[in-house]
Structures are given as C-alpha cells and as structure tokens.
Design a protein around this ligand. Structure first.
Ligand code: MTE
Length: 316
C-alpha cells in the first residue's frame, strides 16, 4: 500500500529562483514576473489580514525574515494541491471561523475547545528558522504561544508519552482531498514525543508578520517546531490527542524509508535521494548560493539534550 504513494517529484524541489525564472522566461516578462505569477486576487499581501496583538520577543532577533510574498506564496499544503503555488491560489476556499479543536486522550480536561478559548488575546512574535526537508529554508516571524501552555491547561495524565495532531478533512473546501488523484492519505497527521511538545521552542502559531495566518500557511492554527523539518509543522489543526504509543505520521506512512518520526534537521543524515548538508534560502535572489544547514536547524544548544544517547541515524 505504502509504495502507492508518490515520492516527492524533483519538480517540487526545484529551487524557487530557478522555478520563478523559468516562469518569467515562459511568460516572456521582465522583472515584475520575478514575483510568483499568482492570480493577484488570490495572493495575500501584508496588510490584508486582521492585525494581531503581539509582544516582541528576543527569539531570532539577529535573523532577517524572508519576504512575506515568499512565506505566503511558496507553500506545501497538499490539501490544496501539490504545486508550490497551489495553496496560495486555492486555500481561500477554506472557512476558518468558527473553528474548534478537539483535545482528547490521556488528559484530565478533554473537550471541544473553541479557537478563542485556546489562543491568548496577546500572542508572542518569534522569529524562527524554518527548514523544509526539500532543502529550502526561510526565516519566519511567527505569532503564537507555547504548546506547553495549552497542554498544561488540559492536564496530561502520567501515562501520556506522545502528542498526536490531526488536520481538518473537508473535501468540499480542500480540492486536494476531492479529486481522482489523492496525493496523501487524509487526514494529515503528525506527532511529537511529550517532552518535544512541552519544549519551550515548540509553538502553536495563529499568525505571521503580526497578522492572522493566511490560509495557505495553515490557518487558523498550526504547529511550528523549528528544529525539525517543515513537514512536522502540521497545519489547520482540528485535533490534539495525548497518547501512550507513538502516533502514526503522514510522511512516514507515505515513505517510511525516507521520513522518520523524529525528522530532526540534521546535516549529517542525508535523505536517501538528496543531501541535507546545505539549503537554499528562499528570496535570496537568483545569484544567492546555498548555505550550510545547521545541526537541529541552529537550535542545538536548546534541544540536543532531548536526544542524549540516541543514535540519530537510526532515529531519523
Ligand atoms: N500540514 C498539512 N495539513 N498538509 C501539508 O501538506 N505540509 C508540510 C507542513 N504542514 C503540510 C502541512 C510541509 S511538507 C511543510 S514544508 C510545511 O507545512 C510548509 O509550511 P509553509 O507552507 O507555511 O511554509
């Protein structure tokens, strides 16, 4: 069964600048075509979405954020198609209000929680490195709050060891769930060990750049785990379940030899089909070169102790 799911085609790992340049050549256009050639009405612009009340933090204060158009125009969200521009073009169909998150499993306070009861009125802005398994990277000013705060409210029981996450299934609003070709099994699911979920760097984001999350980035609530490959950062979450056993994860189901449960960013452990030693920062321009990928995506000091004694080649 597993082998029926497609591997990521090489077209999906084409560096953004090459991809955009190809598009502009095809369009026979000049400099203006260097921006993604999306329908302008579908392409969110900074300032379009409601502003959030945020507090600035020191997280990533030395990092330069990737331009908003790249963060919101070059996405992976297979529920809206497998192309990088598909989410920005298609995700406007998603209704995100009202939104409920079911929290269940090994917690003392399970329930169906309204988004407003989960997200604090004032959220933190944190600038994080974001590294996709396809070897491109960004720097994103996320707005959100520690997942640990939410977990503390629902009181995990002593036997809880993992946290499982689930994305919405709504084929009528998600074209990728509604055709002959289904790229992945739905719902998209992800998981963390409880200590990873409780780590202070792990956040739930409801915004970026000080505004509500654009739908293509996983509105209204998505996970961000900055030391792991981007596919762990599950979007449009509708369920969080505390479990005793390690939960299944979508890309591990789709390609178990290529995508492990841990998926920590690690320049020393290559993907079976490409190197993970370097990455291409989005928005760097045509002439920008790859940069070295950092162990745990640069968060080694904060998270290495979570994996003390573990063989990271075996637990990839
Ligand atoms: N979550 C859902 N539900 N569906 C997806 O296809 N793609 C993942 C992750 N979360 C995905 C998802 C992958 S592969 C990446 S790299 C990131 O989302 C991309 O996040 P971004 O589009 O905000 O950059």
């Amino acid at each position: 069964m597993v082998s029926n799911f497609p591997k990521i085609p090489s077209s999906l790992i084409t560096p953004k600048e090459v991809w955009m340049n190809r598009r502009s050549l095809l369009a026979g256009a000049g400099a203006a075509a260097m921006m993604p050639a999306l329908g302008t009405e579908a392409m969110a612009k900074l300032g379009d979405l409601p502003k959030l009340e945020t507090t600035k933090t020191d997280f990533g204060k030395d990092l330069k954020p990737t331009a908003y158009d790249y963060v919101t125009g070059y996405n992976n969200f297979y529920e809206f198609g497998t192309g990088k521009e598909d989410p920005a073009a298609n995700a406007h169909t998603l209704t995100t209000k009202p939104w409920t998150v079911k929290i269940d499993g090994l917690v003392n306070k399970p329930g169906d929680y309204a988004l407003e009861d989960i997200v604090p009125k004032v959220v933190e802005e944190r600038i994080y490195r974001f590294r996709c398994v396809e070897a491109w990277s960004m720097v994103v000013p996320w707005d959100g709050f520690p997942l640990a705060d939410l977990l503390a409210k629902v009181e995990p029981q002593g036997s809880a060891k993992y946290v499982a996450f689930e994305t919405l299934v709504r084929p009528e609003e998600m074209p990728g769930q509604n055709g002959y070709f289904q790229a992945l099994p739905w719902p998209y699911v992800e998981g963390l060990r409880l200590d990873e979920a409780m780590h202070p760097l792990t956040i739930l984001a409801n915004g970026l750049y000080g505004e509500e999350l654009p739908n293509q980035n996983g509105a209204p609530l998505r996970l961000v785990v900055p030391w792991k490959y981007g596919f762990k950062s599950i979007k449009s979450i509708v369920r969080i379940t505390l479990t005793e056993k390690q939960p299944p994860t979508t890309w591990n189901i789709a390609g178990p030899s290529e995508y492990g449960f841990y998926s920590n960013v690690n320049p020393n452990v290559d993907h079976p089909r490409w190197s993970q030693a370097t990455e291409r920062p989005l928005g760097g321009g045509l002439l920008s070169s790859n940069q070295d990928t950092l162990m745990f995506n640069g968060y080694e000091e904060q998270v290495a102790s979570l994996y003390a004694g573990m063989d990271l080649k075996v637990n990839f």
